[in-house]
Design a protein around this ligand. Structure first.
Ligand code: ZN
Length: 290
């Protein structure tokens, strides 16, 4: 269906009803707020899903291949080990298929892998059957590499479709991290938990520099801008007892200078003793117990 004067379709999303909960006493062991470090492992697929011509652009592709060549994932995992914390990686299916050994390392070191599109493509309009087929290809790639079936998802490369949440629930997923409809997790009518994430916590919006993509062209900020936004946000989430979820990308946050910023941010958060740092899966499972 369309709207007068507009050519784009209106998505009629189901399951939008929130089940509201107050932010008091919702976190385990008396924690005041939760912190969920998530990383979208897009690498060279960040634009290819919607712009196949990128496959012929070696310089742009190399900004994603950087993740593998510079061994950014082990660099991140070493930092998490130093801080004794577990995180969630939303992985593009093709990356799981092409780099099974990296997937194994993520899981063997205690972190969660969840789905993030087959090729980081917009799935709106592909149809329910095709959307499900692509999701299951991602599930297979992750499960074959790690032996662990993903239970979480974050939509890549565009909007969610009217079918996305039903497809996820019917295939054993317990949460989705694609919506931004609250500061706390919330439950949809079909039982799926939403672990919301926020653009203010997206490193791409601060530090990505992809010539040719207007939205990500030469927007390099000082690390201090990231520090101010992310610590100021944390102070607010902590004050109000909410769920602080990052939306970082290994190819951005894993650059050497940005690793220093990430280390500083983790140290800042850990100075607060009453914070529950958990994976998105742990947060969703906890939410299901409330
Ligand atoms: Zn992504």
């Amino acid at each position: 269906m369309g709207v007068k004067g507009k050519s784009f379709p209106i998505l009629e999303l189901k399951h939008q009803k929130l089940i509201p909960l107050s932010a008091e006493n919702v976190w385990p062991d008396g924690a005041k707020c939760s912190v969920c470090f998530t990383f979208d492992l897009d690498a060279e697929w960040v634009f290819q899903g919607n712009h196949p011509e990128v496959a012929e652009m070696p310089r742009r592709l190399s900004q994603g291949e950087y993740v593998w060549n510079a061994r950014i994932i082990p660099r991140l995992l070493d930092l998490f080990d130093e801080h004794d914390l577990k995180t969630t990686f939303f992985v593009v299916g093709m990356n799981a298929k092409n780099h099974p050994e990296v997937m194994q390392e993520i899981v063997s070191r205690g972190h969660e892998i969840a789905t993030h599109g087959w090729k980081h493509e917009d799935i709106v309009g592909v149809g329910r059957e095709e959307e499900e087929r692509r999701l299951l290809m991602s599930v297979d790639a992750i499960e074959s590499a790690t032996g662990v079936k993903p239970v979480g998802n974050s939509i890549a490369g565009g909007e969610i479709s009217p079918h996305s949440h039903d497809i996820l629930a019917e295939n054993g997923f317990i949460y989705d991290s694609s919506l931004r409809g609250s500061d706390l997790p919330y439950k949809l009518e079909n039982g799926l938990v939403i672990v919301p994430s926020y653009y203010e916590m997206d490193d791409f919006h601060l530090f990505a520099d992809y010539p040719g993509y207007a939205a990500y062209y030469a927007r390099m900020m000082s690390p201090e801008v990231g520090w101010e936004i992310w610590t100021n946000a944390f102070d607010g989430y902590h004050r109000y007892g909410l769920c602080y979820t990052t939306m970082f990308h290994p190819q951005i946050i894993g650059k050497p200078g940005n690793m220093m910023l990430l280390d500083r941010l983790i140290n800042y958060i850990k100075k607060h003793p009453d914070v529950w740092i958990a994976t998105a899966e742990e947060i969703a499972r906890h939410w299901n117990t409330l």
